[in-house]
Every structure is written in C-alpha cells, then in structure tokens.
Design a protein around this ligand. Structure first.
Ligand code: PLP
Length: 426
C-alpha cells in the first residue's frame, strides 16, 4: 500500500526559500501535457484544481484493494473502507480546526453544503418578515438557495454592496444588522471574481452580537490558506474537494455541533436513520443524519489524501507562494495598455484570482486566443451575475493561481494577452 505513495512522495520543507515548485509540479501528471505543442499553463484553478498522483493513486487503491460499502459490512474490506472514510473526516476536522469530527458532513460540494443549510437550518429558523443577508459578490450557489428560501418563508433578502475598491460595503452591513430581523448572513470568504479576501472574522463577531448566524462560503479560501473555524467562530462553512487537489463530487459542510444536533435531515433514506416504522422514523446523530444513502466513499478518501498532500507542503507556504505570484502577475498585467483589472490592489487581503478585460475584446475571444498558446483561463460571468451587474460588465477573463503555478506561466499569460492585443488591433 505504501510503496507507490513513497515513490512519488516529495519532501517539503516549511522554509519559504525551499518552496520546491518544480518538485510539486512533478506530482501533477497533467501539467506535463502539451497544448498546440506548448506546455499546458493551467490558470483556471478557481474553477477546479489539478490532482497530484498521490490523490489519484489513493482512489485507485480504494477501488483495487478495499472497495466496499461503509458501516454495513462486518467483513474486513468493509471495515477498512469505513476506517479510511472516517479517517478522512478526522483529517478534515483537523485541517479547519473543528472541535469534533462529527461537525464535518460529507456532501457533493459547496453548492450542496449551502443548500443543506438553507433547506434544513433555514426552513426551521427563518420566519415571515425576517431577513437573510448576502452580498453582491456571491457565487450563484450562495444566492439562489437563499432566494428560494426567502420566497418560501416570505422573508426578505438584503444585500451588502461592493465598494469601488472591490470590498464589502461595511456601512451596508452595519445598517442591515441595526435594522434588526437579520437571522442569517451568508458570505464568501474569498471572491471567485475579484480575489477579495473579506474580513469575515470581524463580520461574524458583529453578526453574532445581533443574534444573526453566519454561513461562510469557503470554496476559494480553504484550498489556498489556513482557515480555522473556531477562531472565525462561523456557524457553518462550506467548501469543495475538487478545488483543493481532491476529486470532484465530494465537499464539506462544517456546522457547529449544537446547531447540527437540532437540525432536521436534508435528504432521507438509508444510513441516516436510527429506526424506521410504518408511519414514523427516528434519525441518527450528526454527521450521519445528513449523509443519506451511499456517499462518495472514494471521493472522501481522495479528499483526505489531498488534505495530507497540501498539509505536508503547508498552507502558509501555499498562500505565500500564491501571494508572490499574484503580486508578480498584477505588476506585469498593469503594464498592458487598455487592460482593466478587477479586484483590490495586492495586499494581505487579496487572493490569487485575477479578472481582467482588454479594451472591448470579448472575454470568450480572449480565452480562445490564450488557449491557442496553451494558456487555460476562464471567461464569462463566473456564476456571479449580480457582481457583473455591479461592475457594469457582462464577463471577464479570469486567471486563477495555485500552488504549482510559476512566474514563467504568468509571463506566457502576459505575452499571449499581448498577442491578442495585436490580433484585435488594440
Ligand atoms: C465562491 C464559490 N462558491 C461556490 C462555488 C461552487 O462550488 P461547487 O461547484 O464545487 O459546488 C464556487 C465554484 O466555483 C465558488 O467559486
């Protein structure tokens, strides 16, 4: 079991100077691919990240060596699968410093995690005329579930606006709270368009002092920086495995135990029940109450390996690598004529997500041109149409960075944008 892991295992040191980006890249087979005879420069990490061989092999090992359903068998491989699945839960609890592993619920991703909170906690706790506060920089997955809940409960949706320097408008935030009746604040930790890192610790404290619970969309933060749920004191926090070197189809909802214990199930069926009778049933305690049916066992195990992989490199090192790269990229991009870059200036409150538009070149045309040079970026509204409206645009091109990206890849991005400028006669 350990042999293949060791073959690929890279030894990482915590010292920044020894951040071995080439060693890290060697763990990601896909980064060796050629696109139009040029090496792939993968700069779409906010959409999904690539997977290291350690993660791919751990999933392979599950299917090859101990594939069985969890909790159900008293035979050896079922016990091995159960142990690996529960170990993954413990690793994730440790990663975000949850008090108890039972506060970690395996779901499909951030989207399902937020829907779970809306359907379960939301339905039980939001009443007629009360308010749900969200922000103008949310991903659709942290908007639409609250719209549906607000409609169902005849509750109100209140928006915290975005300032011209790409931050959350703190005046809006305080005004909504002071007007009372805000029961829930759902906010992104890091914007998937602007790269803004929101001051959620302070906002959570303020929300709590107004008897308002807080859900954090951590899809763009947990993969990139240390996140501590006890320090933040958030009530719920959601993230996706596929954005942090893990497989697709698996994600996490963290919830404070005292809240989860009072919540009704989101989905129902096998494995989440204590007893079922003809006309009524009782449910298991969290987290099992929220994991109905056969879950993505391989996904959870793969995510556990991704957590091991990233923890070994160190989240502080990942963050500092990305910060340096972001600063390098912003500096180079700003020199391009007629470029509009969105998001705050480089600072401790800016992550490695860089959205831009070049003159009136459509974002899709830009992304297609970059693709010809082997540079993979995202274009479109990034599932954040209210933010696009706020910015007065329809789309952006977005480069988003991760632990394996290099300055050479940023240079290729910049060169390719220059070529686009020439093609479009700018
Ligand atoms: C900020 C943010 N929230 C939520 C999501 C949704 O994540 P998933 O599609 O993995 O559920 C994303 C994905 O891009 C995101 O960037």
């Amino acid at each position: 079991m350990g042999d293949s892991m060791q073959r690929h295992a890279t030894v990482y040191s915590n010292a920044k100077a020894s951040y071995d980006v080439e060693g890290i890249r060697a763990d990601f087979p896909i980064l060796g691919r050629l696109m139009n005879r040029k090496p792939l420069a993968y700069l779409d990490n906010a959409a999904t990240s690539q997977k290291p061989v350690q993660v791919i092999e751990s999933i392979d090992r599950y299917y090859n060596e101990y594939n069985a359903n969890v909790y159900r068998g008293v035979y050896r491989i079922s016990e091995e699968a159960t142990l690996a699945y529960e170990n993954a839960r413990k690793k994730i609890a440790q990663l975000i410093n949850a008090k108890y592993p039972s506060e970690i619920i395996f779901v499909r991703g951030t989207t399902e995690a937020i829907n779970l909170v809306a359907h379960s906690w939301g339905r039980q706790n939001i009443g007629l005329g009360e308010s749900i506060m969200i922000t103008e920089m949310e991903h659709h997955s942290n908007i639409v579930p609250w719209q549906l809940l607000a409609r169902e409960k005849t509750a109100q949706l209140k928006y915290v606006g975005v300032t011209d320097d790409a931050r959350l408008d703190q005046e809006d935030f305080h005004r909504h709270l002071d007007n009372r009746g805000v029961r829930l604040f759902a906010v992104t930790h890091v914007s998937n368009v602007l790269g803004t890192i929101n001051p959620i610790r302070e906002m959570i404290r303020e929300a709590h002092s107004h008897n308002c619970r807080v859900v954090v969309d951590a899809a763009q933060s947990v993969p990139h920086m240390p996140v501590d749920v006890q320090d933040l004191d958030c009530d719920f926090l959601a993230f996706s495995g596929h954005k942090m070197c893990g497989p697709t189809g698996i994600g996490v909802l963290y919830g404070k135990r005292e809240l989860l214990e009072k919540m009704e199930p989101y989905q129902s069926g096998g494995e989440m029940i204590r007893e079922v009778h003809l006309y009524e049933s009782t449910y298991k305690d969290p987290p099992f109450r929220f994991e109905a049916g056969t879950t993505d066992i391989a996904g959870a195990i793969g995510l556990g390996t991704a957590v091991d992989y990233l923890s070994k490199i160190g989240f502080r090192n990942v963050r500092s690598h990305e910060r340096e790269l972001t600063s390098y990229a912003l500096d180079k991009l700003q020199r391009i004529k007629q470029i509009r870059i969105f998001g705050p200036e480089e600072s401790p409150m800016r992550a490695g997500v860089i959205s831009f538009n070049l003159a009136d070149v459509h974002a899709h045309d830009m992304a297609s041109l970059l693709d010809e040079d082997g540079v993979a970026v995202r274009s479109g509204h990034h599932c954040a149409q209210p933010l696009m409206e706020r910015l007065g645009i329809e789309s952006t091109t977005r480069a988003s960075l991760y632990l394996y990206n290099t300055e050479a890849e940023i240079d290729r991005l910049v060169e390719s944008i220059g070529r686009a400028g020439r093609v479009f006669k700018i």
